[in-house]
Design a protein around this ligand. Structure first.
Ligand code: PBG
Length: 333
């Protein structure tokens, strides 16, 4: 054949391929999500093989391990004991609660590690919703935002670097920005869950925290989060959410879940100049783990390919439970 262009020329050797590679992964692209609980033991999470609910002592060791692998940010999620849960989730702004304690401890021992938090009521709510559920079963917006602001302040006081509102209430980014500024935390950033979809991929996470919506009284409880999390059918709406979050003062925009929403990452990349994060969520993690356990896929290759796809779609940062494994694989490459 007489071909002018032979794209295979640049694929011929490993060196050539490395010269024309458009995207790369590095350990400081990752944000490592960690679960904490109040006990002294380390509890494996059965729906997410390889992850644990850490005690505060053991958490420190795991964060040190992550640091040594080049990871520069962790996000903390609490497993709150049932007796501390309530209808309004007020434990979320207890300055001596699990998360403020964990943040203070980490900041004392490892001040350089960036600490991100999750702002939402679900781990603290006996109803399992991100907001306060009214007597007639409506997830209240403005009342919830007041609680979220208090939660963000308590996290900032403990030393958090990045506040991550994951609740999808309207106006919460602006309200949290104002509350932080009023308290003198103008250097604490906001990484908003901008386009957070009402997704079945969060299943293993809700098992890890025992935080799924449920009805324990006669109060009607919405069975899912679709009155505040986004409809998986919608893409333009994500652009609207991004514009609002940007106007309200978010520093970083996040898309969640990741893999089924690569188009949304791409779309926000076109629409905004802010850094974009992708959340490779629990269900995505557990599917890979389950297939790898059966030797149906090559775990390392699949994980690195998946994480790279987020970068290619336009993400700068990736929240992933694979963070330490991936960082180790990249180091040994
Ligand atoms: C809480 C929250 C959830 C996740 C992160 N923050 C669960 C939910 O919204 O129900 C999911 C993370 C994952 O699945 O890995 N608002």
């Amino acid at each position: 054949m007489e071909l002018t262009y032979r794209p295979r020329r640049l694929r011929r050797t490993s060196s050539l391929r490395s010269l024309v590679r458009e995207n790369t992964l590095k350990a400081n692209d990752f944000i490592y999500p960690l679960f904490v609980h109040a006990g002294n033991d380390v509890q494996p999470i059965s729906a997410m093989p390889g992850t644990n609910r850490w005690s505060l002592d053991a958490l420190l060791g795991e964060v040190e391990r992550a640091w040594n692998l080049g990871i520069r940010c962790v996000v903390l999620f609490p497993k709150v004991s049932e007796e501390l849960k309530s209808e309004d989730g007020a434990e979320c702004f207890n300055a001596d609660g699990l998360i403020p304690k964990a943040i203070r401890r980490l900041k004392k021992e490892m001040p350089e590690m960036t600490i991100m938090t999750d702002v939402a009521l679900d781990p603290y709510s006996c109803d399992g919703h991100d907001g306060i559920v009214s007597a007639d079963g409506v997830v209240l917006n403005d009342e919830t935002v007041l609680h979220l602001c208090k939660q963000a302040i308590v996290q900032a006081q403990a030393g958090a670097d990045l506040i991550g509102p994951s609740d999808m209430m309207d106006g919460r980014v602006g309200a949290i920005r104002e509350a932080l500024d009023d308290e003198g935390f103008d250097q604490v950033g906001i990484i908003s869950y901008t386009a957070k979809y009402s997704s079945a991929y969060y299943g293993p996470f809700r098992e890890a925290l025992d935080s799924a919506p449920r009805s324990i009284t006669s109060k009607p409880i919405p069975k899912d989060k679709s009155s505040y999390q986004m409809d998986p059918a919608n893409a333009r709406e994500a652009v609207t959410e991004a514009q609002l979050d940007e106007q309200e003062g978010s520093d970083i925009l996040m898309v969640k879940p990741g893999l089924a929403y690569l188009d949304i990452i791409y779309r926000l990349r076109q629409e905004s100049e802010l850094p974009i994060a992708a959340y490779n969520v629990s269900g995505e993690y557990s599917m890979v783990k389950a297939a790898a356990e059966r030797s149906w896929i090559d775990e390392k290759a699949v994980v690195l390919e998946t994480l790279l796809s987020f970068k290619r779609a336009g993400a700068d940062l990736i929240l992933t439970y694979h963070a330490c494994d991936a960082a180790l694989w990249l180091k040994n490459e």
